[in-house]
Design a protein around this ligand. Sequence first.
Ligand SMILES: Cc1cc2nc3c(=O)[nH]c(=O)nc-3n(C[C@H](O)[C@H](O)[C@H](O)COP(=O)(O)OP(=O)(O)OC[C@H]3O[C@@H](n4cnc5c(N)ncnc54)[C@H](O)[C@@H]3O)c2cc1C
Length: 311
Amino acid sequence: MNPKEMVGLIAATGCDVRTDAPMKALTSFKIGGPADLLIIPRTLEQLKGALAILNENETNTFILGNGSNLLVSDKGIRGAVLKLGGEFEEIKIAEENGRRLIYAGAAALLANVCRFARDHSLSGLEFAYGIPGTVGGAVYMNAGAYDGEINDVIVRAEHISRVGIVGGYNKGELKLSYRHSAYTDSGKIITGAYFELKPSGKDEITAKMEELMQKRLSKQPYTQASAGSTFKRPEGAFAAALIEESGLKGKKIRTAQVSVKHAGFIINTDANNGSSADVVELINYVKAEVKAKKNVDLKCEIALIGEGFEE
Ligand SMILES: Cc1cc2nc3c(=O)[nH]c(=O)nc-3n(C[C@H](O)[C@H](O)[C@H](O)COP(=O)(O)OP(=O)(O)OC[C@H]3O[C@@H](n4cnc5c(N)ncnc54)[C@H](O)[C@@H]3O)c2cc1C
């Protein structure tokens, strides 16, 4: 069955389902053509139901968080996109063997988890306040900022495999390193995670969150369409500095531009007509110039997803 023929079956599981869903509405880059199917499960049962149908039909399926680390192809995504909602947005205190943990569903926004931690006088997640992703996306790539990363605070993550088997990884099994985890390219769907934080004063936590947010606002093109840092930090160097020293700050190819505020970000200057083709051309141009001028091979941090981007 082709993806669009599955709408009725998927809807019968209770999931929300849409055809030809424009991905530019679901990504911080504001770029991306339509996904054949967008499926939003709100419970584990709905998710299991959708996975069973997708598996039976061998449907190519992409897991979407908040779309803040992605460049989606102008041609869109052939197959299905799964975006968790409902109970997967839950955030709560979980007592475990005398420990007071925070549980957050994979679809919870990091900013909301940070606010919840602050309201419960728990410190350790302040670094994540300005990262515009979900818990699932952050665990998937061990998101980090300002000397903090998910690895510092996570205790365990829970997941479901593509064939519907529920499981989990303890901290050691998560194999978290720079922008990498055991989930990277595993196909497993993260459903939630447990974090252990330290008791602290609400005012101190609030002050730290605000200080780091101000830093971001002053240094990053935070309110412009982008997917954050375009490139990974190369060994012993900073991508932004290499790009700036190569004379590329502000370099523009049609709708894509190396941010004037922070050379590590490529921004989409046209929220209505931004194009993945322009961003890819600019990425390739930057890579070639930095290689020629600095002899460093930059690698993308953002994930390129969709038709034409398959490896
Ligand atoms: C302005 C700006 C600033 C940023 N600053 C930072 C920063 O300081 N530090 C940082 O690390 N990142 C930063 N980012 C990048 C981005 O916010 C993070 O990488 C974030 O963790 C991505 O989460 P997401 O939910 O948006 O994931 P998405 O972009 O939707 O997906 C990213 C990857 O995670 C996978 N994924 C998402 N959810 C799940 C799940 N439930 N199960 C399995 N896989 C899943 C996707 O399949 C995809 O491969 C920034 C981005 C922007 C736009």
